[in-house]
Design a protein around this ligand. Structure first.
Ligand SMILES: *Cc1c(COP(=O)(O)O)cnc(C)c1O
Length: 467
């Protein structure tokens, strides 16, 4: 098989793709170790496939993002974890210990955040069409609502008092040709980024924002504290993040000119890129670290704000905090050789890394039991489901054998939360590792977890014994 450039990069040793918060090593026998634990020992103990969550990586990512922004932004930074990225409750507890607030959509994400260590006043409720119930719950615990529709204003007012006004931000739709200097390949919906952002359902464009700010300011039961925006990761260039921040500052200035309102808070949302990103759809590493984004954003904001009082920055990272803190381990099954090709089956499938199917994500794969073996040939690493389930196509690998453990890096973001039971396959367990210990944090699903919610009415029940 012809090796593409991507294949050759795929052969790189762990040392070339390791990022600072990883605790991955190879032992003298050629086995991958995750914070000291052999990957194959974890699979032997907890079964396969298996998600492995790395406590020290999570904690390190919290420190890194806080340190990076605090170093560049004198007015203060608060970090709110977007729990949609990975809602494992043990992860939420670790982030709570690290003083990370919460960002949520909907009642259940709100409850999972509130009930797992986040004070109500450190939670942000987002949503393009929030229910009255979720707004009421969030307000009863003093959380901040990022208003995304005019209807919310009356609901919030009705649940609040002028003595204790509800703290709110207004979500802004950034709509600027300044984004069009960047590659729009990430967006499926439009050729120009500004068109794709205009078409997105969230937030208020400047004229609409002006109307909403005036309505909010006229309502004494609401206290407008700031503006929010979440464009998301469409590029890994620090300049792209800087443009987003500067555009939000320009909206703030335009609103101030008409209303006098000046934000205490600019909530810049999530999307902060990592140095190894499956979502880049390529094997190449991102050369930029979080400090580069913090520096670029701080510089662009300072310039755009032109001497006005600096607002506090709020960040809502998801992928940055958890992306590389979870690995997916699986075992090799049948190896099929035919027509000059090799298919290496795993017990893991794209059910467990759905972004491969939905977003063409590209994951680094390590032969966890043969880390010293030479790469023999390319293989298609596939899951056992009835779709191709191509976890990794044309990947250079050592000669993998049935029973070998293989590790997929960066399974922390948008993997478990959108994993599914296609083909009736139970979702894997998750184990938390730290130096010297490994604890189950989510048990493997069973037949009953898949079918236990189904009901068969009596009149069609073919298993009932007839009288
Ligand atoms: C998804 C989302 C985030 C987190 O995004 P990441 O790309 O995972 O950092 C933050 N805020 C809002 C409003 C979101 O929708």
């Amino acid at each position: 098989m012809v090796s593409s450039k991507m294949d050759q990069i795929g052969q790189t040793q762990l040392s070339e793709i390791r990022i600072p918060s990883d605790v991955l090593e190879v032992d003298p026998e050629g086995h991958l170790r995750i914070d000291g634990h052999r990957a194959s020992d974890l699979v032997a103990q907890f079964g396969s496939p298996l998600y492995v969550t790395v406590e020290s990586t999570l904690r390190q990512n919290c420190h890194s993002i806080l340190a990076a922004f605090n170093a560049h932004w004198p007015a203060g930074v608060e970090v709110f974890y977007a729990i949609k990225t990975n809602n494992t409750l043990a992860i939420r507890h670790i982030l709570s210990q690290e003083q990370i607030g919460g960002e949520c959509f909907g009642l259940n994400e709100y409850r999972a955040t509130l009930e797992n260590g986040v004070p109500g006043d450190r939670i942000i409720l987002n949503g393009s069409d929030k229910s009255r119930d979720e707004i009421a719950l969030a307000l009863s615990h003093g959380s901040v609502i990022n208003i995304d529709h005019e209807d919310e204003i009356a609901v919030i007012a009705g649940l609040s008092s002028a003595a204790h006004p509800a703290r709110v931000n207004l979500r802004i739709k950034l709509h600027s040709e300044a984004f069009d200097q960047f590659d729009s390949a990430f967006f499926k919906s439009a050729d120009k980024i500004s068109d794709a952002l205009a078409a997105s359902k969230w937030g208020a464009s400047l004229p609409e924002a002006l109307r909403l700010v005036q309505l909010i300011l006229a309502e004494p039961r609401l206290k407008l504290i700031g503006l929010s925006s979440h464009v998301g990761r469409f590029s890994n260039l620090p300049e792209a993040a800087a443009v987003g921040a500067a555009e939000l500052a320009k909206v703030a200035i335009a609103l101030q000119a008409e209303t006098g309102f000046w934000p205490e808070v600019l909530d810049l949302g999530g999307g902060w890129p990592r140095q190894r990103e499956p979502e880049s759809r390529q094997s190449a590493m991102n050369p930029h670290a979080i400090g580069d984004y913090a520096a670029a954003v701080a510089q662009a904001l300072t310039q755009a704000l032109g001497g006005r009082p600096l607002p506090k920055l709020w960040l809502e990272p998801g992928r940055y905090l958890v992306g590389n803190a979870v690995l997916l381990l699986g075992r090799v099954g049948a190896v099929r050789k035919d027509l000059g090709r090799v298919w290496t089956h795993m017990d893991a499938s794209t059910n467990h890394l759905m972004r491969i199917e939905t977003s063409r994500s590209w994951y680094h794969v390590l032969p966890a039991d043969r880390m010293h073996a030479p790469y023999e040939a390319t293989t298609d690493i596939v899951g056992p489901t009835c779709i191709p389930s191509l976890l990794a196509g044309g990947r250079p690998m050592p000669d993998l054998k049935r029973g070998d453990v293989v590790a997929f890096l960066d399974a922390g973001m948008y993997a478990e939360v959108i994993s599914n039971q296609f083909n009736g396959m139970p979702r894997p367990a998750n184990v938390l590792v730290a130096a010297g210990r490994a604890d189950l944090i989510r048990r493997r699903e069973t037949y009953a977890d898949i079918f236990g919610t189904h009901l068969v009415p009596d009149h069609i029940d073919v298993t009932a014994t007839k009288p």
